[in-house]
Design a protein around this ligand. Structure first.
Ligand code: MLT
Length: 248
């Protein structure tokens, strides 16, 4: 049994080299990639293909021409100048993924860190896509499945750790703590849990100082994404990345 957290994109490479066949990964990019994916599926999207790069997104679009192209660079929707003349249909605001727009649709998405974190976890026994929006559903599933090895994968901000992702990882670590023996819990999980125990009760106030929250709050059309992504348990679905690379 083993419980650990990874905090930064620097950990993606190591994770990709690890045998994850007996490991469950839970991936978070609270602001905003995993919050947007969870919202899109709850609002009726059929499936989502997360890819690491704009080039991969364009290649996937050629394969699935009916799909909507989604994602961000520097927080904003990807434009024709960045994508060989193709304007993306949607950015990475969860508020864009309404039932009117996504019901029955296939989505292809590339974001700065969140989609890379998901691709990195692809070889795992099970990959869960989590957020505060579906946190309790994720926790209930983990308590029932009782995985032997659990890695809480934080997307981070730029190349750094992100406060909001570490908090969400801490919430999960706290909820599954008793499934693991003391000697199987790594310091990384203890750090995340300690952060959650210190700040979980004042989630909105504590996240206002996080870099990604400040970045979004400074852009009038994106500011409301912060409060949206901090809502707790508005969605009761467990969301998974399947071995073929689709989130559904
Ligand atoms: C990411 O994947 O790095 C993010 O979700 C960035 C963002 O949406 O601003």
């Amino acid at each position: 049994m083993r419980l650990k957290t990874t905090f930064t994109p620097a950990d993606f490479e190591a994770l990709a080299q690890t045998d994850l066949s007996e490991t469950t990964c839970v991936v978070f990019d609270i602001l905003r990639a995993t919050s947007s994916m969870v919202t899109a599926l709850a609002n009726g999207a059929e499936r989502i293909r997360p890819v690491a790069t704009i080039e991969e997104a364009l290649a996937a679009k050629a394969e699935y021409p009916e799909a909507l192209l989604c994602g961000e660079r520097h927080g904003q929707r990807i434009t024709a100048e960045q994508a060989k003349g193709t304007d993306f249909d949607l950015g990475n605001s969860p508020r864009e993924y309404t039932a009117e727009i996504v019901t029955g649709k296939t989505l292809i998405t590339t974001t700065t860190n969140g989609t890379r974190a998901l691709r990195t976890s692809l070889g795992a026994r099970e990959v869960l896509v989590s957020s505060f929006l579906n946190l309790q559903a994720t926790i209930d599933h983990l308590c029932e499945a009782s995985p032997k090895r659990l890695v809480l994968v934080c997307g981070g901000t730029f190349e750094e750790a992100a406060f909001e992702d570490a908090l969400a990882a801490g919430a999960i670590a706290d909820a599954v703590w008793n499934l693991f023996t003391d000697d199987s819990i790594e310091d990384s999980a203890q750090i995340a849990r300690a952060l959650w125990l210190a700040h979980g009760a004042s989630l909105n106030a504590s996240i206002q100082h996080a870099l990604n929250a400040r970045r979004l709050l400074a852009v009038p059309e994106l500011a409301a994404d912060v409060d949206f992504c901090l809502q707790r348990d508005t969605i009761g679905q467990v969301i998974r990345l399947d071995p073929q690379g689709w989130v559904a």
